[in-house]
Design a protein around this ligand. Sequence first.
Ligand code: GAR
Length: 200
Amino acid sequence: MLSSRNLPPKKIVIFASGNGTNAENIIRYFQKFRKAEVTAVFSNKRSAKVLKRAHNLQVTPIHFDRQALYDTNEVLNILKDMQPDLIVLAGFLWIFPDKILKEFPNKVINIHPALLPRYGGKGMYGMKVHQAVIEKKEVETGISIHFVNEKYDEGKLIFQTTTPVEPNDSAEDIAEKIHQLEQEHFPKVIENLLFPAADE
Ligand code: GAR
């Protein structure tokens, strides 16, 4: 019987547009864990802090523009060469192209800072989401991790967890609670997808 200890690490690539606290947390988690590793971080924004974080953690940072993602097959071809086991969108704000979804079926996941299907869709990201949650006087919010399909935030749900919204919470307070949930759960959900319990 093949032991997983003898297998090469599974490959994760991350797409992110901004700060990259999730990307960094995932990179660090799997640097300890070793059965999987983040092999590259892609960003549509050259100045995104996430590319600096990747570089500092010895993970290849890759910047691309709209043309490379949508009009040519440049990004697709890099991914085909890398053959990732999982593509993780962590604060990636562009729609993910169909041609990559077709090439990697059930291998692209996203995290959203609210309880989908509420507060999702184009333009719903970061503080805008938390502000909307406050305006609707929700008593709880949370995070959603889901497979990506061709529509913003509509793919099949994989995981959700909640946190209470207190009457006096500001959008910043909610952002902090969501950040904590994301840091705690996102790497573990990725681990469970890559190594389902039945494989053990
Ligand atoms: C995260 O909270 C993530 O859920 C959210 O962007 C943040 C990125 O933070 N994603 C969306 O809003 C997607 N619609 P980070 O760059 O510090 O990881």
